[in-house]
Every structure is written in C-alpha cells, then in structure tokens.
Design a protein. Structure first.
Length: 148
C-alpha cells in the first residue's frame, strides 16, 4: 500500500451535474476527525475530485479550486444545505437539497462498507494517517477504474 502511486484523474472533462458531500473519518481516536469533501458524478459513478481537511469553508474552496485546476466543467452542482457549500458555490448553478444528492449519499454508504478502517477499530485499522489516506486513495482508484 505504501508504494502505490495511483492517482485520481477525471475521465471526462464535462459533467452535467456533480454532487458534492462531506464525509468524516478518524485516525487513532474519534476526537481527531478528518473530513473528506468530494465531488461525485452519479451517472458514471466516478469520484471526480476530493480533498482532506477540516469541515470548513477553506476545505470546500480547496475542492472548488481542485475541480477548476483539473479542467473539470459542470452544468450544475448539487449539495446539501451546509453554509460552506452555499458560500463556495454561490456563482454556480447550485441545486440544494437531499433530493439532488441521493447518488453521493449512496456512495457514502458504499465507502463505509468498503473501507472499514474509516469508522471503527478493526484488525485493519491503522493509527498512521499516511496509511489511512492511502487506503482511501486505493479505494477511489478502484471505484473509478475497476482495478488497482
């Protein structure tokens, strides 16, 4: 896992609608939460971009910058009613509400089941942040491309 060099690159440069959501995990103890904020394309099941950080506007803006730097364009963006999403994507066609984020919420459930180390101490749980983030990178690569 340490030697893997798999990187997420968007497969398509334009998406009609991207869904964005946040997802928490921890390393070591639950008081040290890490937040994953990522963009998901429901029709292809692709994780387009993701960032790690605190649950704040700065991390959401990092995701927006990562989307623009990678050349991803989208017709609209769907998020929940969280203030950071509303502020960061105020210049876009922004769909707010649960009915628009059904796909990414289902993907969150799939991630919880595939990456057990994210939510409870099991035999595969790691106390090293590096190993924890690498496990997510490999899972995202597998979701997007079907192999590792």
């Amino acid at each position: 896992m340490v030697n893997s060099r798999h990187l997420i690159q968007p497969q398509q440069q334009y998406s009609d609608c991207l869904e964005v959501d946040e997802f928490w995990t921890y390393v070591g103890k639950k008081s040290r939460k890490m937040w994953l904020i990522y963009a998901y394309h429901r029709e292809t099941g692709e994780i387009v971009a993701f960032v790690w950080g605190k649950r704040d506007l700065k991390t959401t803006e990092k995701l927006k910058k990562k989307l623009s730097d990678s050349g991803v364009r989208f017709g609209s963006i769907a998020t929940g009613d969280w203030d950071s999403f509303v502020t960061a994507f105020k210049d876009e066609i922004h769909l707010i509400g649960k009915k628009y984020t059904v796909g990414i919420e289902g993907n969150n459930c799939r991630l919880r089941h595939h990456i057990r180390r994210a939510f409870r101490k099991t035999c595969c749980f790691s106390k090293k942040l590096f190993n924890h983030l690498k496990a997510f990178n490999l899972a995202f690569f597998y979701i997007n491309f079907g192999f590792v």
